[in-house]
Each structure stands twice: as C-alpha cells, then as structure tokens.
Design a protein around this ligand. Structure first.
Ligand SMILES: [Zn+2]
Length: 349
C-alpha cells in the first residue's frame, strides 16, 4: 500500500520539473557511517553524494544526509517542492523538535536553509516520506544498497561525537547486564530460561518493558501466574517441598507424588488445553497459561491433607526480604505493580 503511494508520488512528480525528490540512507560499519543521498528531478537522477564519518550515530548520519540533500536541492534553480524519502523518519522528525537535543547542529543548518527556501516564494514546500528499507522501493533500494557496499577503515584517530559516546556507554551497560543475568545466581537457580521464536534464550532488555512483560504484562492475573512459573515460586508440590518439609500435601494428578513445574508444563493431562509442545518458548508458554487458567493458581485442594495450614500462615513465615513473594498471589489484581516490580527485580539482578 505504502509502496504504491510512493510510486504514485514519483509518477506525479515526474511530470513536474520544479519538484526534487531526494532519497537518503545511511549505514554504519566498523564505526564508520556512510551516508548516500541522491536527488531526482523530472524522474532522472541528478546528483549523488556519498559521505563518510567516523564515530557518529546512525541518526546523526541520516540527518547529515538530509542536510546535504536539502542544501543541494535548494541551490538548484526553479525548485519549488522538495520531497524527502528516508527510512529514518525519526531523524527527520528531529527537525521539528524545538527542545534542546544533540542534533541541533544539523537541524539549525537545515532550518536555516529551509527558511531561505520558503522566503524565496510563498508556494515553496517540502514533504517528508517514510520509506522503510524492507519495502525495497526502487529509488531507495539503490541508495540503501550503495550505503552498505562501502567497507571503510579508519586511518587516523578521529573525534567522537557526544551522542556516539552515550550510545557506547549504553551498549556496554546493557551487555554487562546481560552477562550478569546469564552468569550470576541473582535470578535464582530455578529460573525458567525461556527461548524466543528463533530458539534463542531470552535476554533482558529495557525496550518496551523487556521481552517478558511485553508478552504477558497486560493481564495482571496472567502476569502473576507467569511470574510464579518462571521463578518457580508457585503453589505446587515442588515449591512446598523446598520450603515446608514437614508439611504433607497431595497432588491431584496422582501420576507422581510430587507435582513439578516441568510435569505441569509438558506432561500433565490435567492441563492440556493447548497442544503446542514448545512450551519452553515464550509465546507457546503464554498461550499454554492462557488456555489453562487453572494451572499455577491457588486452590485449597493442594493442602487438603493439612487443614490447619493456610496460605496466610505460610506467608507469615517469611522474612522482610520475602515480602516480594506476596506478589505471586492473585493480589496482583489489587496491586498490579507488585508483580511487575518483582519480575523486574529478578531480571535486574
Ligand atoms: Zn499430572
């Protein structure tokens, strides 16, 4: 659909000699950004520019390409309309961000150029079109391909942009966070390592709340149950065996004397409302929990052998540290953020 709109736009512009279509793209390899920009007028490529810069971010490279293109388009005579097609529309939006930001050196230069362009004739205009690389739209495809062709090597030590420094720091912290998560016991020995759709172990991330909460964070009860399963702090025999050796409990299935998380997830005929066997993958795991609302929920049958024992007395045994475990209860419907903070806590550890 968008592809068609881009083609229609090009077709209309091809008959207008006063319209310049500028197409930009940038890619980064070996810490060197390559930005390629091309200007088309009357359906013909007119100017192509290639720039390299070391130790800058992709947003800076994209903005620089837009800046060069607009500068070139404005310098052409009789151009009354500029159409910018870019796969980084977020970079173009920085032009209209009037807050203080690290890209102002580019945005100020571009806006200065545009001010002169608009002052020259009141009908002059500019449009920005988003053109994702995956569309392979013909005009963008060639600049995208070309920006990736180069393999430059830094010859001399160069300046490092402020934004690049911040990005490097952020990348290092995230890598350290992921290594700590995999290597340390902070997440607990019983932590359930789920995999993603590509069968890779899910790693912590701060993007959109992280991969776990993205999958089940919208439902409080689902989030509470998923948290119980992942941390193995759930109302099942395996958990009771760890903390209440002297208590008796029964397992309704009868197949095993101890009800384990693995049995419930992969074998138990009491919970087979979802057929996909890949329950070690996050999405099938969540679908299993959704299809089996009684799995990993609290009920009285588990402790029916010990009638004097209640779940509230169970929690009175915990030290202050274990107050976090309260969030495993369905109290999450009253305190939804307890579960969220709990799972965040484990992941941050
Ligand atoms: Zn069973």
């Amino acid at each position: 659909m968008h592809f068609q709109q881009l083609d229609n736009m090009t077709l209309q512009s091809s008959s207008l000699p006063h319209t310049a279509i500028v197409v930009t793209d940038a890619s980064i390899k070996n810490n060197i950004a390559t930005s390629v920009s091309q200007i088309h007028i009357h359906n013909h490529p007119l100017i192509k520019m290639v720039h390299h810069a070391a130790f800058i971010t992709s947003t800076e490279a994209e903005l620089f390409a837009i800046r060069c293109n607009i500068n070139q388009a404005c310098s052409k005579e009789n151009i009354s309309k500029i159409i910018v097609a870019t796969d980084s529309i977020h970079a173009a939006k920085k032009l209209f961000d009037n807050k203080s930001n690290p890209y102002q050196i580019h945005t100020t230069a571009i806006l200065h150029e545009l001010q002169q362009f608009f002052s020259a004739w009141q009908e002059n205009s500019i449009e920005f079109w988003e053109c994702p690389s995956r569309l392979n739209w013909r005009l963008h495809w060639s600049v995208d391909k070309e920006s990736k062709l180069f393999n430059p090597q830094p010859l001399f030590p160069g300046k490092i942009s402020w934004d690049y420094c911040k990005k490097s720091d952020s990348d290092n912290i995230i890598n350290q966070w992921k290594m700590t998560f995999q290597a340390s016991d902070g997440k607990g020995r019983n932590f359930l390592n789920l995999v993603n759709d590509n069968y890779e172990i899910i790693e912590p991330s701060y993007i959109k709340g992280g991969p776990w909460l993205q999958a089940f964070g919208l439902s409080n009860s689902l989030c509470a149950r998923a948290t119980r399963v992942i941390t193995n702090h759930a109302p099942i025999g395996e958990y009771c065996l760890r903390f209440f050796l002297n208590k008796e409990f029964k397992y309704p299935c009868g197949l095993y004397s101890i009800e384990t998380r693995r049995h419930i997830l992969h074998e138990c005929m009491r919970h087979n409302g979802y057929w996909n066997p890949r329950r070690d993958s996050l999405n099938p795991f969540i679908m299993f929990l959704s299809a089996n609302p009684k799995a990993f929920t609290f009920n009285d049958s588990l402790l029916s052998v010990a009638p004097n024992w209640t779940w509230s007395s169970f929690f009175s045994l915990f030290s202050p540290f274990h107050f976090l475990l309260y969030s495993f209860f369905d109290w999450s419907s009253f305190f939804p953020y307890l579960s969220l903070s709990l799972i965040s806590f484990f992941f941050i550890m």
